[in-house]
Design a protein around this ligand. Structure first.
Ligand code: T5A
Ligand code: NA
Length: 213
């Protein structure tokens, strides 16, 4: 009967990792899995390129525009802030959100460019904290062998290695690290177990918290 608790909320689950680690593939499979079990679930992604801020980010990522490093950092953050209240509403109404990239990407990628990590974290403070972060672990070399690599601004080996180092620094107790070089189906099964456990915990009243306070 716990599932019938009218106050039960959805889980905030984030997938993180280097470019081409398989986040998009696994996020959509997770949403299908949860829906198949009768849970309410939605797939979200950052950057959300559909908003006007998101369009500026998209243009920057595809090298169609140039922006100062601080400026693009704050735009990525603003792109999460513009979705924060909808995120909270969805979670409180019982919908689980599977989110492809979040504040950890924001901090890891900008720090890798040389911006101070504390400066990078500051605008993320007060965003909703994920209940679970699934880090798909892959070496930059292996990731670069996958399809489509090399088209966008950040897809270079040396840069991706720095990003991986900053992800290490951000790793906290909400993280689970998964070997992203396994076959897709094996990764999928491992993620399903982790997410289901998290969804149950949130349904049973685990409180929502905020990032980096
Ligand atoms: N960024 C983002 C910031 O700098 N600051 C921020 O705040 C945020 C939110 C765009 C860039 O923006 C940066 C980070 C990024 O550089 P994006 O649009 O999410 O972010 O781009 P990517 O994360 O790079 O998305 P990709 O689609 O490139 O990578 P995915 O989603 O990790 O990988 P996926 O699932 O598309 O798979 C890539 C390829 O690998 C294959 C797939 O079939 C596909 O061809 N694949 C596998 N192959 C073998 N074995 C497996 N297990 C596989 N899983 C997938
Ligand atoms: Na990419």
């Amino acid at each position: 009967l716990q599932g019938c608790n009218s106050n039960s909320r959805g889980a905030l689950v984030v997938l993180e990792g280097l470019d081409r680690c398989g986040k998009t593939t696994q996020s959509s499979r997770l949403v299908q899995y949860l829906e198949g079990l009768g849970h309410s679930a939605e797939l979200w992604r950052f950057p959300d390129r559909t908003t006007s801020v998101g369009q500026m980010i998209s243009s920057y990522l595809s090298n169609k525009s140039q922006l100062d490093d601080h400026t693009i950092h704050l735009l990525f953050s603003a792109n999460r802030w513009e979705k924060r209240s909808l995120m909270e509403t969805k979670l409180k109404s019982g919908t689980t959100l599977i989110v492809d990239r979040y504040s950890y990407s924001g901090v890891a990628f900008s720090s890798a460019k040389g911006l101070g990590i504390e400066w990078c974290k500051a605008p993320e403070v007060g965003l909703l904290a994920p209940d679970l972060v699934l880090y798909l672990n892959i070496s930059p070399e292996k990731a670069s062998e996958r399809g489509g690599y090399g088209c966008e601004r950040y897809e270079q080996l040396e840069f991706q290695s720095k990003v991986a180092q900053y992800y290490q620094v951000l790793h906290d107790s909400s993280w689970k690290v998964i070997d992203a070089c396994q076959p897709m189906e094996d990764i999928e099964k491992q993620l399903q177990e982790m997410v289901l456990e998290c969804v149950k915990k949130c349904h049973n009243g685990e409180p929502l918290s905020q990032l980096w306070l």
